[in-house]
Design a protein. Sequence first.
Length: 610
Amino acid sequence: MATDLSAGIRVLPELLINQIAAGEVVERPASALKELLENSLDAGATRVDVMLEQGGIKALQVGDDGGGIAKDELVLALARHATSKIGSLDDLERVGSLGFRGEALASIASVARLTLTSRRAEAQHAWRIEALGGELSAVEPAALSEGTVVRAEDLFFNTPARRKFLKTEGTEYSHAQDAFLRIALGVPDVAMTLTHNGRRAFNLAATAAESRIAQILGDEFRTAAIPVHGEGGAFRVSGVIAAPTYSRTGRDEQYVYVNGRFVRDKLVSHAIRSAYEDVLHHQRQPAYALFLEIDPALVDVNVHPAKSEVRFRDSRAVHQFVFHALNKALARPVAAGQPAAAALAPEGQLQRAGATGGGLSPASTFTPFHQASLGIEQPRDFYAVMTKTAPTVPFAAQSSAVGVLDAPALPKVNGDMPPLGFALAQLHGVYVLAQNANGLVLIDMHAAHERIMYERLKTALDLSRLSSQPLLTPTALAVAERDTELVAQNTEFFAALGFDLAVLSPREIAVRAVPASLPQLDVPNMLRALLDDLREYGASRALTEQRNEILGTMACHAAVRANRMLTIPEMNALLRDMEATERSGQCNHGRPTWFQVTMDELDKMFMRGR
Ligand code: ADP
Ligand code: MG
């Protein structure tokens, strides 16, 4: 069908203008719901009740106990570009309300049968106005004890093309429910209910932020939650992020709010993702609910009609701020990895968890390696290095005497108990069992040691190249021919990592020095793995973009292997190192390194009343 251009330019009728605007603001019931909820919150509601029928397509109703609309403003409320929230460009630039464009009610009224009932506190009774296809009814008295009720029926009844884009009732409901929960998460002090087809789906009492998060994201998230608090310059961030051990395949549990408004922002998600980079498998998604507060003048919320995007004036500063706040929270050695720790527990408990080693900067946890007595030829001393390098950790003294078997196996449980407690035994050469103040601690010794090695290698390489220890007698290593070539071309790469290598023959290299301070050096396998990495990443990226992967390879081969018998002092040294090491709650691949089983949990297991 060709467009008839002979009609010339004309001004569109008001209804059509509103319907065009509705295309951006009211895409489906969920977006209409979002607009109505925001209006209720802007009106100062402390309670909001949502009722949907058939996914919100048949009917969508939002009632609140907010300030209400005066009788003579009901018509205006439905007019396009009519708002009580801003009056000047200045207001727009520092807008604090959720709405400000004055087009939601007009848009919804143009594509649905809308009824607006409202009562101001000082009014004798409520008033009602109806809109149908752009025609307004007379304002009539109505019954309503307080606040405002907006009801929209038969969405898109007069725009069949739009209606065709709606999905099934179930899908539309699920979008609407998401919209409801996104808003509910941001306003814990507002009581909210959601009813669908007469059935109550959510009944959220007004509560504290932590409990609202638990109400919506569930107990599993709550037990994995790490609190985040950050403040700096014009920014503030608070909320919770899930420990990396609680990760998701999708982005469904990622909530970011800027000044109370739920937003999808690539910059912020990138900053969050970067903070998790080192502790989360790249195919997994982190879960979080974060509230960013920022001077309204420094953020533009008028980017998109649906207002779900923002533009920061100084995006770099925002990125850095968010990254650092999360990085710090994730690095907290014990709190971050404590899967069973009630991170949303009372304040005092949190502080104790945080005080065990949180806030340590990488510089202060870094302890220079001892090169002198490292016995590459005597790997049974593999843990001696650790115990000697952690002199500031309480109780390290007890465990430093490697080989002394009469170390206290069952220390007294008293106020000086370190967070991870003291080792009791080793299980099948894989797990270390320890006792701490809360009960039993189970540690995957390889995973934990691997993280410790990895963090040390990173810090050491940050400061300079890795130090190197010459071998008394260089050893020859048989390799494939293409590998000798790689070695010859990358001596600088290996030198940076502490290796001194030379080509002996087309299929043999000499190892003259190895990285110092890596206790259990499995040289042949570590070198073969590094050669594989080098081939895969390419020499130019190996020590830059892929640097952490390279160090991860080294850490894996340096870490204590399963079936290695550890002495009690060695196990205690491992525990102390975990407490002093950032991100020690997860191995380099994001798997947990330890679990707490509390006395309560054990008692439950044995049905033992206390
Ligand atoms: P905006 O929210 O951008 O101002 P809307 O079209 O959503 O535009 O609403 C228009 C006006 O109607 C608002 O500015 C507000 O004054 C009034 N209003 C809408 N919903 C409510 C409500 N639930 N309670 C009180 N006033 C409301
Ligand atoms: Mg609005």
